[in-house]
Design a protein around this ligand. Structure first.
Ligand code: 7TS
Length: 420
């Protein structure tokens, strides 16, 4: 990890050694599937976890297990300190201004539902508009549809072009005085497109419209700086960032979070309760009702330490080289069509092969020990846009190797043998 990205760029052996060292931290990568060494290329669904995350979670249950924010006893104080320490780590990792802007949630899905519900109740009414893009995950579509149904607002969609890029002029055209909020993926899970979110946020802000960025797929591949982006909300899932399931974060600008009503009621989110009146707690606790996922929070902290330990120039060089190698090799296979050819991509290559159903491809690859995702990837409107029912999606993480890409390509030739 001491090797600089520039050295890696020039030296294939150094890159290989760097990756091998990283792989040692992930015990599951030694597993065998159908008697073949596991080739895990389903990282956009969830990444694998390093030893440090596993032991942080186990350590909590073995040595610290207790509820947080309520006990004066030793374990509770220690657990509270550990959990709140992660909030500060997150604040620093995404460069938020204050820990009050870091709301722990179950994941990206809950983060978006929280904003759609709470911001929606405060600011969205009949006749208003919510603007999203044509490449969103269902998590960044359905909560807004529910809001629109509830309020009589309408959902507008900025279209994407054949490459899988948002048509910026169309996006700009759809911003108007009725638009209350914009929701955009930073990176598409179905196409791999990296959206120019900073520019799109700037365009929305010219109309004073707040923007929520769905960062689920950006978290593992990009360094996120919420103040540089100037986004109003940013949503992340720990499990896509080498951390556990069941925990994620909603970043929100303090001014906005303060103006929004609570999402759920219960313990921890109150200052005082009588039957007549409840006074809510300060940020971020106002949005955190009930006992949270404590072990998972602590595991998220270990995942952030892992991410912070990486040389991000090297991550970028390595992941781009995997993506390029996979895309080039797939393009050279007769009958393969890559879905999503944006100029800026991260971590994902989606494709179809003649009229072979992606599920059949996935099943044959599985027999070779290769894990990919097949289907609509919870992005059915993207499939509709390209006139296909599904794709095969290979998605990469820092620990993947070029040998694994070669295994994938051999697997696709095996599929061709079976079907022709
Ligand atoms: N947004 C995007 C862009 C995603 O890729 C996903 C999950 C979500 C939101 C929801 O995240 P969650 O952690 O709350 O479930 N995407 C995928 C995927 O591509 N395959 O499995 C899950």
């Amino acid at each position: 990890m001491m090797t600089s990205g520039t050295t890696l760029l020039q030296n294939d052996d150094a890159l290989q050694a760097w990756t091998m060292k990283l792989r040692e931290q992930f015990p599951i990568l030694n597993e065998h599937v159908h008697s073949k060494r596991l080739v895990y290329l389903d990282n956009a669904a969830t990444t694998q976890k390093p030893e440090s995350v596993l032991s942080a979670m186990e350590g909590y249950y073995r040595h610290l297990n207790s509820n947080i924010h309520r006990g004066v006893h030793f374990l509770s104080e220690q657990a509270t300190e550990a959990y709140e320490g992660v909030r500060e780590k997150l604040r620093s990792y995404i460069n938020a201004a204050a820990t009050g802007e870091i709301v722990f949630v179950r994941g990206t899905t809950e983060a978006i539902n929280l904003v759609a519900d709470s911001f929606g109740r405060a600011f969205v009414k009949a006749g208003d508009e919510v603007l999203i893009s044509g490449m969103e995950h269902h998590s960044n579509i359905v909560p807004w549809q529910l809001l629109c149904e509830r309020t009589g607002a309408s959902l507008k969609v900025a279209p994407i072009d054949d490459r899988g890029e948002i048509i910026v002029e169309e996006f700009e055209r759809l911003l108007n005085k009725r638009t209350r909020i914009v929701g955009l993926a930073h990176v598409s899970n179905a196409l791999g497109t990296v959206n120019p979110v900073k520019h799109l946020i700037d365009l929305a802000h010219r109309h004073d419209i707040p923007v929520l960025v769905d960062g689920a797929q950006a978290g593992p591949h990009l360094r996120i700086d919420v103040r540089d982006l100037d986004c109003d909300f940013y949503a992340l899932s720990a499990h896509k960032m080498y951390g556990p399931t069941g925990i994620g974060v909603l970043y929100g600008k303090q001014r906005l979070l303060e103006s929004m009503p609570p999402y759920q009621g219960g313990g921890d989110m109150i200052r005082s309760v009588t039957f007549e009146k409840t006074v809510f707690n300060d940020l971020p606790y106002k949005f955190e009702a009930g006992t949270p996922s404590i072990a998972e929070g602590i595991g998220f902290g270990a995942a952030l330490d892992f991410l912070t330990s990486l040389d991000w120039r090297a991550v970028s060089v390595h992941e781009h080289s995997l993506l390029e190698k996979a895309s080039d090799a797939l393009c050279n296979i007769p009958g393969v069509r890559i879905i999503g050819t944006a100029r800026e991509k991260a971590g994902v290559v989606s494709f179809v092969l003649n009229d072979v159903h992606p599920h059949d491809i996935g099943t044959i690859l599985d027999q070779e020990g290769i894990a990919v995702r097949t289907g609509h990837h919870c992005a059915q409107p993207v499939m509709l846009r390209y006139g296909i029912p599904a794709t095969v999606r290979a998605s990469f993480a820092v620990y993947n190797t070029k040998e694994e890409i070669e295994a994938l390509i051999r697997g696709i030739y095996r599929v061709k043998e079976v079907f022709h």
